[in-house]
Ligand binder design. Structure first.
Ligand code: GLC
Length: 480
């Protein structure tokens, strides 16, 4: 039995700020339990503590001394759906209303990483593999191989770092390496820990991990180029032999139109053409849109940031509204977009609606009730919404980047293959061109539209296949 420890700052079902939480929740469940024992280590954040504290099992206490950090922490265990979660409790750093965005985030991440190692020593639990997720835990490999290298069982741990989004790197003043992480200066001097005289958590992870993965094959290639490498492209190229893309899946129990309690009426591929329109009608009513079941209803469920293509979408909306369509948007983000969407709603009552906030139940209703989901992202490491949309028979219209390119095969009217629509250039013009094409398919070729829905729903979006790829990687690193 191989022991794998996931280290992440967030995971469902406890807390979520982004797709990272979906993956850290769904992937361990998909890993073969007969061969791998996966545990997940998380900080005991306020949202988790307030809800779960009474159900946690206290395991032990540790002291964390790391540079200026001198803190006590408690370790708790909790079982959920066959996975053991280990929580690190330290109220002064983790018991806060939010997850990220504090001035002392670097202390919080540093403490968390060091505490994971102190926990291993205290519990005498040494995983064969540590699987780190994003920059928040990307310094673990270096801690194991440099600062804690005197302890054989820690030194021998293999590390897989998964990059969910390279834009966020955790760049800090270099003093962090000594004042908070207590690294020996020699690792700075030889270049292993430094990045342009700064401390960059992601760079350190990429340098020290045994394997680096990211969440789609296309993104793995893109990040080795200046356009998407965010200054780390050279280091990623240097590690290219150990870098690969493994596309995300979704938890098909959580997202299943035949059992989903959040949607108006359950359906499957067998009755999608009869029942999906009923979901659409109820959604229109619910959102205050005109109840016109035959009008094409398109939407976006997304953070409204530059990454998600909010600007090219905004640039295309007026033209889209000249067509017979309704548009629904759910999400929060940069205030410019929020204000613009609010204004559009005022000007286009009954045809354009913007829900400013996050509402999981409404998101599900949209996945079930929309005809088409837009994801015109500037870049997209993987993307989760397009996978959910396909499972619900809602056709994704995406930009060909990262995981969107890898998962949404565009419709080809000659072979009748494909699961959605896609465009290449990051521009409102290109988005409109493919929108026009989809619009014609929707109104004039019902048989084609239905076939694309079938193709989308038949596509395997589960984590099963990708979990096998991770397992192969786990086996490879331990036998190397
Ligand atoms: C990040 C990426 C997204 C990806 C998710 C999970 O949120 O932006 O594309 O799907 O992580 O890996």
């Amino acid at each position: 039995m191989r022991k794998v420890l996931f280290a992440s700052f967030e995971s469902l079902p406890f807390v979520k700020t982004g797709g990272l939480a979906d993956v850290v929740y769904a992937l361990p469940k998909a890993i073969d339990k007969d061969k791998y024992e996966v545990k997940v280590c998380l900080p005991l954040l306020k949202v988790i503590k307030d809800k779960y504290y009474d159900s946690l099992t206290y395991l032990d206490s540790i002291e964390v001394h790391s540079g200026y950090i001198n803190e006590d922490a408690n370790i708790y265990s909790y079982n959920n759906e066959g996975i053991e979660y280990l929580f690190i409790e330290n109220d002064s750093l983790f018991y806060r209303d939010g997850v990220y965005g504090y001035d002392d985030d670097v202390c919080r991440f540093s403490l968390f990483n060091v505490a994971i190692l102190e926990m291993m020593i205290k519990l005498n639990y040494y995983p064969d593999i540590c699987h780190e997720h994003d920059y928040h835990t990307a310094i673990l490999p270096a801690l194991c191989k440099a600062r804690y290298c005197g302890i054989e069982k820690i030194r021998n741990i293999k590390h897989i770092l998964t990059i969910h989004n390279l834009v966020y790197q955790g760049e800090y003043n270099r003093q962090v390496l000594f004042d908070l992480l207590a690294f020996d200066y020699k690792y700075y001097e030889n270049g292993d820990l430094r990045f342009n005289d700064y401390c960059n958590f992601m760079k350190i992870g990429i340098t020290f991990a045994d394997k680096v993965t990211t969440v789609s094959k296309s993104y793995a290639e893109e990040i080795q180029t200046p356009g998407h490498g965010d200054n780390l492209e050279s280091i990623l190229q240097y590690r290219s032999q150990d870098l690969c893309g493994i596309v995300n899946g979704i938890d098909c129990t959580q997202f299943d139109p035949s059992t989903d309690k959040n949607i108006f009426k359950n359906y499957s591929i067998k009755n999608v053409f009869k029942v999906k329109p009923e979901n659409k009608k109820s959604l229109q009513y619910n959102l205050g849109l005109n109840e016109e079941p035959d009008t094409m209803l398109i939407g976006m469920v997304s953070r409204l940031t530059f990454q998600k293509g909010a600007d090219i979408f905004l640039g295309a909306i007026q033209e889209m509204l000249r067509h017979n369509v309704q548009i629904a948007i759910l999400g929060t983000g940069e205030s410019f977009y929020e204000e613009s969407f609010k204004a559009l709603e005022r000007e286009n009552k009954g045809r354009f609606v913007y829900y400013c906030g996050y509402n999981e139940a409404l998101a599900h209703k949209m996945y079930a009730g929309l005809d088409m989901l837009l994801m015109p992202s500037l870049f997209e490491p993987c993307g989760i919404s397009q996978l959910i949309a396909m499972r619900y028979g809602t056709l994704p219209l995406v930009r060909e980047t990262g995981g969107l390119k890898d998962t949404v095969e565009p419709f080809n009217e000659y072979t009748m293959t494909g699961r959605g629509f896609s465009f290449k250039d990051y521009s409102s013009g290109d988005l409109l061109k493919v929108f026009d094409y989809a619009y014609v398919q929707y109104y004039e070729y019902h048989d084609r539209w239905d076939k694309i829905i079938k193709n989308a729903m038949e596509y395997d979006v589960s984590f099963a296949k990708s979990a096998k790829e991770y397992e192969a990687l786990y086996d490879e690193v331990v036998t190397e």
